[in-house]
Design a protein around this ligand. Structure first.
Ligand SMILES: [Zn+2]
Length: 240
């Protein structure tokens, strides 16, 4: 939906000739109500530019992925199955990036937008919890982290943008996710193995005990059978 950006640019340009509403407050909304409405209605959708930037960078780095996988909660934007990682590229406005300069609620219909964004935030959290429960690792990239404006780096010579930094860090973040997944998998396997060993050991103890009891007290077979039926345990074979 690259078109959206063009639309927004057009709307903004058009807005300069239209009498804009002057507002005071935390952040003035420079669009008129109609402009804002058209803009908002086009924001959502697939193939937004920030997502494309991330995809291109991942592909160039050799990562292969699937897009908008509907079978997963929240149909994540990018799914790296091999790395057990999903990536969400979130627009700062829609997903409520608090404290971000791109997140400012329109002055008009403020209550409506607040509720809407709050709902989105809650839904995102629920989706992430479900993905985590399914064993997925999650990376959220905010739109503002893909800002292409270049600033001087600390050395005062090279010019870097937040986008450069975010994209440069991404492969490492993905590999960290995969490593974390692998660690958790190993832990799960160990726990399962331990539980199995404990089960076998206690089964063995039970059989030995049963054998001993049978040998020592000569309990009639009928009573043993009845007791087994009551406890639901398999008939045992005396050990030794
Ligand atoms: Zn942001």
């Amino acid at each position: 939906m690259d078109m959206f950006y063009d639309i927004c640019v057009l709307i903004k340009k058009a807005g300069k000739t239209v009498q804009g509403r002057r507002q005071t407050g935390i952040m003035a909304d420079r669009m008129t109500r109609e402009q804002r409405h058209i803009c908002m209605s086009h924001i959502r959708g697939k193939d937004t530019r920030p997502e494309l930037v991330v995809r291109k960078s991942l592909f160039a780095a050799g990562f292969r992925y699937r897009l908008n996988v509907r079978s997963l909660p929240g149909s994540p934007d990018i799914v790296l199955k091999k790395w057990h990682t999903v990536i969400f590229v979130n627009g700062c406005f829609w997903h409520g990036h608090r404290g971000c300069r791109l997140f400012s609620l329109p002055q008009t219909n403020r209550r409506f937008w607040e509720d809407k964004i709050d709902r989105n935030i809650r839904r995102d959290a629920a989706v992430q919890a479900r993905l985590v429960a399914l064993g997925w690792k999650i990376i959220v990239i905010w739109e503002c982290e893909l800002d292409p404006a270049r600033h001087y780096a600390e050395d005062g010579h090279s010019r870097v943008s937040r986008r450069d930094i975010t994209l440069a860090d991404l492969p490492q973040r993905i590999m960290d996710c995969a490593a974390a997944y692998e660690n958790e998998r190993k832990t799960r396997l160990e726990i399962r193995k331990e539980a199995k060993e404990q089960r076998l050991a206690s089964e063995c103890r039970r059989k030995m005990l049963a054998g001993e009891i049978k040998e020592r007290y000569h309990i009639p077979g009928r009573i043993v059978k009845e007791s087994q039926q009551e406890t639901g345990q398999e008939p045992y074979e005396p050990v030794g």
